[in-house]
Design a protein around this ligand. Sequence first.
Ligand SMILES: *Cc1c(COP(=O)(O)O)cnc(C)c1O
Ligand code: SF4
Length: 478
Amino acid sequence: MSHAPLHPQATVRSQQMLPRGHRAPKWADVPDEKWFDWKWQLKNRINSVSELEEVIRLTESEHAGASAEGIFRLDITPYFASLMDADDPTCPVRRQVIPTHHELEPFMSMMEDSLAEDKHSPVPGLVHRYPDRVLMLVTTQCASYCRYCTRSRIVGDPTETFNPAEYEAQLNYLRNTPQVRDVLLSGGDPLTLAPKVLGRLLAELRKIEHIEIIRIGTRVPVFMPMRVTEELCDVLAENHPLWMNIHVNHPKEITPEVADACDRLTRAGIPLGNQSVLLRGINDHPVIMQKLLRELVKIRVRPYYIYQCDLVHGAGHLRTTVSKGLEIMESLRGHTSGYSIPTYVVDAPGGGGKIPVAPNYVLSHSPDKLILRNFEGYIAAYTEPTDYVGPDMMVPDDWERKEPGQSGIYGLMQGERISIEPAGFSDTHHRPGGVSHRLNSREDKWTAYGVGAPNPASVSDTSPDGKVNVPIPVHSGD
Ligand SMILES: *Cc1c(COP(=O)(O)O)cnc(C)c1O
Ligand code: SF4
């Protein structure tokens, strides 16, 4: 199955996992006390062409990219830089953090803020897109910088970071928005904040009664695993229930140091997930992705999402097709543990949020048979019950969460309405030259019986035969 590599300098070595304490020759003499001190790692990050050249043999393209004016911030911890292969430009670690000249190339549909996050922020840094949860950006700083960063419009720029007044505005919005039960801290990287600042933010969030869970999205355990100290774990553990997603793209990033950091976090009671981005020349291969997902599960990190790369400035050359993602998903289900299978999502351009994409397993459907195929191509008929009318138990009223304006497709199923129309639908279909006449003048012609009634599908309005009990509207008869 292995094909000849397309790149003349591609090696197998550049894909392999590295032993504990591994460091590039540039740092061979750094004593352990310094190497394993996260403050030393931060202070000694590399960011200039000359420093890069002390660690790897730059290609012309990398040289051009790294020397270009106005590129997205370049900074790499010595720990992470040591995972790069000095001689293989296809090294998956290298491609994540070293710019190339392609980064400067525009591509169709690229945008500065492709997920329209700033448009969906009622206050700076608080993205409220979904009914019950928000994304809270708390810093623009990271331990190292990923070339494909979806938030490159602000990330890396210290002048764009969030100040105490903005934290207060974010917290106030949350205090006044009982709809929100889940807060996802991100940035930048929340774990680059001073532990006291992070601790205060977490404590303020915990005081808000309607916030049920807190999550942190971070790449610190990967870029700088030594930052995951016992003290940091203690601060986090004081704020349970707290969940965390890390961000690993390639098995080579799972070093013994990363495994230890994840162990400290899980022992502090923090369930760990992983988010990967599908990236050209990095992990766009079923075998590499399978290996990554297996290695994650071995260190008790549950793969959560694989993201299709966003349409963001600078990321064009790292994008794959969605069909490559589907091929990878096809290679997972059935072939490996369900625990190691994440959801593949496209974050919708313009701000539609994450949309799962998956191979089709349902081949066809009749009233009493569902025709399914499995990963091997085995095709089965599942016989449906013919007497099914739905659940008949009572459900506590306060379990149902209000989703004003966002009930969506589920709302259609619940009978809240009969259609969702694109903006301007009604105007478009009100044809110029048309008139109000005997056939189109009565609006109630298009009122669907039983639809839009209060709680049409809830048990109290439903008779045992599953029919909705609503009085038949009486026409005034004109
Ligand atoms: C990803 C994201 C979330 C969290 O989504 P989940 O699917 O619940 O993980 C929340 N808000 C925004 C704006 C996001 O982009
Ligand atoms: S760690 Fe996250 S926020 Fe920071 S540069 Fe990478 S993708 Fe962007």
